[in-house]
Design a protein around this ligand. Sequence first.
Ligand code: 13P
Ligand code: SF4
Length: 343
Amino acid sequence: MITAQRITAEELHHSLKDIKVGGNVCHYSLKKCEELVPLINDIRELKEAKNAVILVHSYVSPEILYGVGDYVGDSYALSKNAMETEADTIVFAAVRFMGETAKILNPNKEVLIPALLDGCTLADSIDAKTVRQLRQEFPDYTFVCYINTSAEVKAESDVCVTSANVYKVVEEIPNDKIYFLPDKLMGQNLVNEMKARGVKKDIKYSSGTCYVHEEYTTEDIFKVRTEYPDAKIVSHPECTPDIIAQSDFVGSTTQMLSYMRETESKKFLMLTECGLSSRLQAEFPDKQLVGSCTMCRYMKSNTLEDIHRVLTNPTARDQVHIEETMRLKAEKAIKAMFHYTQL
Ligand code: 13P
Ligand code: SF4
C-alpha cells in the first residue's frame, strides 16, 4: 500500500538545491520549491487514494524524480519494479515504450503515461511489418530487440534487451546468428564488444538511432581531456563506436551512476541525457560535471501537472491497452531477457 507522506518546501529544496540545469544557475530556489510543493503533495495524496505507484526514468525532470517518484532507474530496473509492484495503478513518467513494457508485465493493472510527447526516435524507427519482412529474409537468426521498441515490435522478436544487459544476453543466446534492432550504433557497439570478448557471432542490425546520443562527438571528449586530464569519460551504449572506444566506462544510465559513485575521481563527462547529470549533482555534490549534455524532448515532456491529470481524469490515450495475443508474444521476449540476464 502506498502511503502519502507530505513533503515540505525545505525538504524538496534540500534535495534539489545543487542541481544546475544549463550553466551555473540553480533552478530550484526555496521560492520555486514553495511553488511546487502544493501540487507535489496533491499527487502524493492521490497516489495513496488510488494505491498507485510512480515509476520515473532518470532523464525526467528532478521535481518529478525527487518530488513524487517511488522508483527511479534505468529501463531494466524499472521493468523489474513494474513486474514486482503490488500497486493497482502504475504511472510511468518516461516514454510510451516503457509504459507498454509495464503493461505487458501487468495486464490486470492500470498503466498510465503522463508524457504528452511520448515517442522515442529509436522506438519510432521500426514497425512490426518491417520485422516480419526481416524474419523472412533471415530465417536462421535470433531476433533481439532493444527495449526501446513498441509492444508490436517486441511481439515479433525472440528476446528483448536493455542497455544494462545487451552484451550478456547476446553472449548467452545459443545461436551465433543475431539480428539486433533497431539501434545501428548499439548494433555496431555490440559487434565490437563481442569481438573484444572473443565471442564469435554473426550480428546484423537495422538503422535506427537515438537523436540525443548520436550527437556526441569525439571533439567533446578531446576538449574535456585537454582542459581536465583527470576527468573520467562515461558514456551510454547508444553513442557512436568512436565515443565508446574513448570512454573510461560504458553502461546503462544506472550503471553510469554506480560507476561515478564507486570511482574516486572527482570530475566526470557524462555522455547521455542531462537528467543523469542532474541526479549526479543532487546525489554526489562533491563530484564535478564537466562539458555539457543534451536533453531528450520526449522524456522532458513529463510534467507534475500531467501526472496529476492522469491520476484524476485519464483519457484513453493516457491509458495503455495492448491486445492480448500481442501482449503474450511480447511478454515471452521480455521474460527471455530476464532468463538470460540471470544465467
Ligand atoms: P537506460 O535503460 O540506460 O536508462 O536507457 C534508456 C534510454 O532511453 C537511453 O536513451
Ligand atoms: Fe529515445 Fe533517445 Fe530519448 Fe532515450 S534519449 S528515450 S533513446 S530519444
